[in-house]
Design a protein around this ligand. Structure first.
Ligand SMILES: [Zn+2]
Length: 392
């Protein structure tokens, strides 16, 4: 997201509005330890309270005003004194603070906590920018937090209600605070790739030559498809061999001197590409998809049980016994299955070099499910330079 769009996004609730206290960003940087951290401690204002300096006091006041959900007007806002009243005409709420003898430490000299105005429930003082700064640490440790999660969390921690749309903008700003601009993040990819090569020497040494392929659509600003090749390591844990972001799923240009076993998702194009680029490779079909096709023609619990028993058969004897059972129930179902080469769907006929007996594409699908909550975030690694052509 670019800065201009963000500022426009504030729609009149920018820090220049009467309700805000900060005069500039740099002032706010000085007071980053005030009222942050997202705990539920109530923020109080009382006569005689002291603050490190004028900025410390301003930040505290900003947090207080947001907690209480009203807007203020600055009558005086300078180093020598700060006087602030409630924005509503005729309301008696007022606070006045000024430095003590050292000229720096700030003290609240007078405070009238009583509002005579009718309170507005929409908390306009909580600007997107303010919220973004409050939520960015939580979003850093858990990038999967949704707008809804954040609305609830801010309600609990700051006792204020934020409308969904404003929180959506705040979340985008917070992500930008944490990971930088969306459109520039692509530049970080080469370093990221180097790091992966360094830390994870990889597939060839530690994995079974068995690769599940699948793609999922990205929800981020630039869309696209995240393709993943997922293998199984010696401990049968998932290992992501490769992933990349493309505009559409299509043929790439690569060749690898390997003879692994692939289990692509059900797309014909992927299967053709494997044949083209990995001429030595074996392929399996995902039996869940095969069964969906089978079931649409030949439904029934009995046939289902025999189908899966056939797919899981470790020996030819077992396989043939199950096929025979299917033939006795429905000879057309048998003919349909008999056309499928056993080496692509039944364990007894798999290439043993794969050292894996997976009959479904659950490795790649588990990976997709795992990242599904973060598909938007993954969109960020994408980015692109708007001045360059889009997919070069
Ligand atoms: Zn008031």
């Amino acid at each position: 997201m670019d800065g201009t769009a963000m500022e426009k996004g504030n729609e009149g609730i920018s820090d220049d509005s009467q309700g805000a206290i900060f005069e500039s960003d740099s002032e706010h940087d000085d007071v980053d330890d005030v009222g942050t951290g997202g705990n539920a401690t109530e923020i109080n204002i009382m006569e005689g309270a002291t603050f490190r300096d004028v900025n410390h006091f301003r930040a505290h006041l900003q947090d207080f005003v947001i907690q209480e959900g009203f807007q203020i007007v600055r009558q005086k806002n300078e180093k020598a004194r700060v006087t602030v009243i409630c924005k509503e005409k005729g309301c008696t709420w007022r606070v006045h603070a000024s430095p003590i003898a050292d000229g720096i430490t700030y003290m609240i000299k007078t405070f009238n906590p009583k509002h005579t105005c009718i309170r507005d429930l929409d908390n306009k003082s909580a600007t997107s920018k303010w919220i973004a700064e409050k939520i960015s640490p939580s979003l850093m440790s858990n990038p999967c937090l949704t707008v809804k999660d954040l609305v609830i969390s801010v309600r609990q921690n700051f006792k204020i209600n934020i409308l969904y749309k404003r929180m959506w903008r705040a979340r985008n700003m917070a992500i930008e605070i944490n990971v930088g601009k969306y459109n520039l993040s692509y530049a970080g990819l080469p370093n990221y790739g180097d790091l992966i090569l360094q830390k994870m020497p990889g597939f060839i040494k530690g994995c079974r030559p068995f690769i599940g392929l699948d793609g999922c659509h990205l929800k981020g600003r630039y869309g696209g498809v995240l393709l993943a090749a997922v293998s199984v390591d010696g401990n049968n844990g998932l290992h992501t061999v490769a992933y990349g972001v493309v505009e559409v799923e299509s043929l790439g240009d690569s060749s690898v001197d390997l003879s692994p076993t692939f289990i692509p998702d059900r797309q014909k194009g992927l299967s053709d590409a494997i044949t083209t680029f990995f001429s030595q490779a074996h392929q399996r079909v995902c039996c869940r998809h095969l069964y969906q096709n089978f079931k649409s023609k030949y439904p029934g619990i009995l046939l289902r049980d025999h189908f899966w028993a056939t797919a899981r058969a470790y020996t030819t004897v077992h396989f043939e016994r199950e096929m025979k059972a299917i033939k006795e129930i429905n000879s057309e179902a048998y003919d349909w299955l008999d056309i499928q080469p056993p080496k692509i769907w039944s364990r007894h006929a798999f290439d043993i070099r794969a050292k894996s007996d997976h009959i479904t594409n659950n490795t790649a699908e588990s990976f997709n499910q795992w990242i599904s909550k973060c598909q938007e975030v993954y969109g960020y690694i994408r980015g692109y330079d708007p001045t360059a052509s889009r997919f070069d």
